[in-house]
Design a protein around this ligand. Structure first.
Ligand code: C2O
Length: 553
């Protein structure tokens, strides 16, 4: 591989959307941010210089960071944030991965505007396990607030209420013609007939899972989270924040007499309000250079795809079950067949009591929203976990008693009742794993404040999704139907609303790795925890010392 140098200047930029201009935090004056395009095996050096007042750090979402945990990026987990006028060089090598990922800010809600595609092409002379596309197009979904997203989450945390919802979704930063004064801000995918396009779909939205579809065109899914899958056809996709999906789009054999909309809007089952708007882009067959070959009239009809109901949970479960690892001899699925450590984690919302002499606007108007794993709402420390772990100074920073099971089992998916203690407890707790431990985690959604789906993301690893189901996980029955042959391997999975998923991974990467809900609102409320993976015995099983420019808190 080669070494690729990038410089990311974090600066303010004025952007006009929905008829309003505001100043956003952006990279190199671009929104969405610049694309990183590399090949498997390349080394990436990104010098990030912070010119804004906010502290910031960047995360290379889905990059394994083998032996390079110092470059992972979540603030207060693997590094202290980069302060104003400071810089940090992220230095990592892309090992054994190819496909679509993305990068984003990993502190507070700055990723609302600080994100961009991270595309890993196969090695030279290596080909895709699917027909070579005529063209490749990144399609990155985002979410837009008229207000400053930092103010939105600050206010929510102060009052304890849910945050104000966004005003629009975007495709490559553009809301599209269904929003006020946004017709000119429309993503247009210009295509030729009879060709295959590879669409690299990335959900960088802050708080919403999205359905996506293109009128009159079906899509063939070939890759998820930078891992090849067994190809399957679908008219509609669901993509959670943190997930990436590569699809092949085969265009019509000849110039059609129509223009086609592509639409995305949320899947939502939770309580409270949400942004029920729709982003549209346009699939446009370019006018042929030979005008006599054109069949397009001046004003062709505009066709719209049909998307599922807003709360179409069974569609989502069926769709998610279609993903299977390619699992061939070239790309085997190395599913851990035996498990050394088992964990059962409840994931869901809860409350924190309202501090005295404050009025709170959370659930029942007297508490603050919180979110937890096994009832622990994770509080960020004031220094970074990885440093304190590496230098043996974890005392007073974090504890290693994260519960392996819920402290008090209950009917997780039962109707919320007054008897359930919905208050969470706060802590900064981690699970310590010996190097190369095979791990199984059952992620059980709870209905304490109403059933809601949670896109769980694991840093530092891909995991296999060996099972999923509705209701309460049954440890005596459900493991019998686990798929250990070709389960999908990915870094983010939606824990079904009112259900569970089981994942397995091998802890072969020393460091401190965050696992969290990729809805930033739930992340801010504490739906996160950390795995500490110890060094192995061999030199290539150890985390090297931190780079000298690692930011200090
Ligand atoms: Cu894409 Cu911890 O995040």
């Amino acid at each position: 591989g080669v070494t690729r140098h990038y410089k990311f200047d974090i600066k303010l930029k004025n952007v006009t959307r929905l008829c309003q201009t505001k100043s956003i935090v952006a990279v190199n004056g671009k929104f969405p941010g610049p694309r990183i395009i590399a090949r498997e095996g390349d080394r990436i050096l990104v010098k990030v210089v912070n010119h804004v007042q906010n502290n910031i750090s960047l995360h290379w979402h889905g990059i394994r960071q083998l032996q390079s945990g110092w470059a992972d990026g979540p603030s207060y987990i693997t590094q202290c944030p980069i302060q104003t006028n400071q810089s940090y060089v992220y230095n990592f090598t892309i090992t054994g991965q190819r496909g679509t990922l993305f990068w984003h800010a990993h502190i507070s809600w700055l990723r609302a505007t600080v994100y961009g595609p991270l595309i890993i092409l196969p090695k030279h002379n290596a080909s895709y396990p699917f027909p070579k596309p005529h063209k490749e197009v990144p399609i990155i979904f985002g979410e837009w607030w008229k207000a400053d997203p930092e103010a939105v989450i600050r206010q929510a945390l102060q009052t304890g209420a849910g945050p104000n919802v966004s005003e629009a979704y975007t495709i490559n930063g553009l809301p599209g013609p269904l929003y006020n004064c946004s017709k000119k801000d429309t993503f247009r995918l210009k295509v030729k007939p009879g060709k295959t396009y590879l669409l690299r779909l990335i959900n960088a939205a802050v708080n919403d899972e999205l359905f996506f579809s293109i009128a009159n065109h079906s899509l063939t899914v070939v890759e998820a989270d930078a891992l090849y899958v067994k190809p399957f056809k679908t008219d509609i996709l669901l993509i959670t924040p943190g997930q990436t999906t590569n699809v092949l789009l085969r265009t019509k054999p000849s110039y059609p007499n129509a223009t086609f909309l592509m639409l995305a809007r949320p899947y939502f089952t939770g309580m409270g309000t949400f942004d029920n708007s729709t982003v549209a882009g346009i699939l446009e067959y370019k006018n042929p250079s030979n005008p006599s070959a054109s069949t397009s009239p001046k004003n062709p009809p505009l066709l719209k795809p049909t998307l599922p109901q807003i709360n179409a949970t069974s569609f989502v479960a069926n769709f998610s079950a279609k993903f299977r690892s390619l699992a061939n001899s070239k790309f085997p699925a190395n599913v851990p067949k035996t498990v050394r450590k088992r964990f059962f984690f409840t994931v869901g919302l809860g409350t924190n009591p309202c501090p005295k002499n404050q009025t709170c606007q959370g659930p029942n108007n007297s508490s603050k929203f919180a979110a937890s794993i096994n009832n622990i709402s994770f509080i960020l420390p004031t220094t970074a976990l990885l440093q304190s772990h590496f230098f043996g100074k974890s005392n007073g920073v974090f504890t290693t008693d994260f519960p392996t099971n819920p402290l008090q089992p209950f009917n997780y998916t039962g109707t919320p009742s007054n008897n359930t203690n919905i208050n969470v407890s706060n802590g900064t707790k981690a699970v310590v794993l010996k190097f190369n431990t095979s791990v199984e985690v059952v992620l059980q959604g709870t209905g304490i404040l109403g059933a809601e789906s949670h896109p769980l993301h694991l840093h530092g690893f891909n995991f296999f999704v060996v099972g999923q189901g509705f209701g309460n996980f049954n440890p005596n029955k459900d493991p019998a139907s686990f798929n250990l042959v070709d389960p999908v391997e990915r870094n983010t999975i939606g824990v079904p609303s009112g259900g569970w998923v089981a994942i397995r991974f091998l802890a072969d990467n020393p460091g401190v790795w965050l696992m969290h809900c990729h809805f930033d609102v739930h992340l801010s409320w504490g739906l996160r925890m950390a795995w500490v993976v110890q060094d192995g015995k061999l030199p290539n099983q150890k985390l090297p010392p931190p780079p000298s420019d690692l930011p200090k808190c």
